[in-house]
Design a protein around this ligand. Structure first.
Ligand code: HEC
Length: 157
């Protein structure tokens, strides 16, 4: 029993101490989603869908939930953001070629259609896309792809 008591106190102390250690926030004002939105021209409604369901992990503008103030939850969120941005970052859109942009939108359609995005661990607290939102998002992505495919044809001339 004595050990159990020490163990509990030690665990509690550790939890208190790690609250002072936090990862850097993914909130870089200098790069934003504006180029991406200028090119793919989402309607206001679609821009809201992207902002509320995707940009937290796929842009430099994460809107953090309150529980991000708790270590080690924030490290766990940080991993998803890093990984998400590595694969698809709308704030780095200017660095993508037309082919890559088209391919990312192709992936987007695939992932959203199969219900793989947003991640389950995210929808658990944020809620998932409605069928209507999914439909709207897919249509917008299909149309945006056409523009990049045109650019690719131009480049191939
Ligand atoms: C909680 C973080 C998170 C959210 C929210 C999220 N994603 Fe992701 N996304 C990831 C991670 C992590 C990966 C990479 C791992 C994987 O492919 O499963 C990824 C991968 C992707 C890819 C694949 C890119 C590639 O080329 O491999 C696409 C496309 C994508 N997400 C689109 C979306 C869209 C669209 C939304 C909103 C409807 C969304 N994601 C919401 C974390 C997230």
């Amino acid at each position: 029993m004595k050990y159990l008591k020490y163990f509990s106190i030690l665990s509690l102390l550790t939890l208190v101490v790690i609250q002072f250690i936090k990862p850097d926030k993914n909130n870089h004002g200098y790069q934003s989603v504006s180029l991406f939105e200028k090119e793919t021209v989402p309607t206001k409604q679609i821009a809201m869908i992207l902002k509320n369901n995707c940009y937290d992990c796929h842009s430099d503008q994460t809107n953090y939930p309150w529980y991000n103030n708790i270590s080690p939850i924030n490290y766990w969120l940080e991993e998803h953001i890093k990984d998400g941005k590595k694969h698809f970052n709308v704030s780095a859109w200017d660095a993508y070629s037309a082919r890559k942009k088209d391919h990312k939108l192709e992936e987007l359609i695939e992932y959203v259609e199969q219900g793989e995005m947003p991640l389950d661990s995210y929808t658990w607290l944020h809620g998932d896309l409605s069928n209507q939102d999914t439909e709207t998002l897919l249509q917008w992505a299909q149309i945006s792809r056409i523009e990049y495919q045109k650019q690719m044809l131009e480049l191939a001339k």
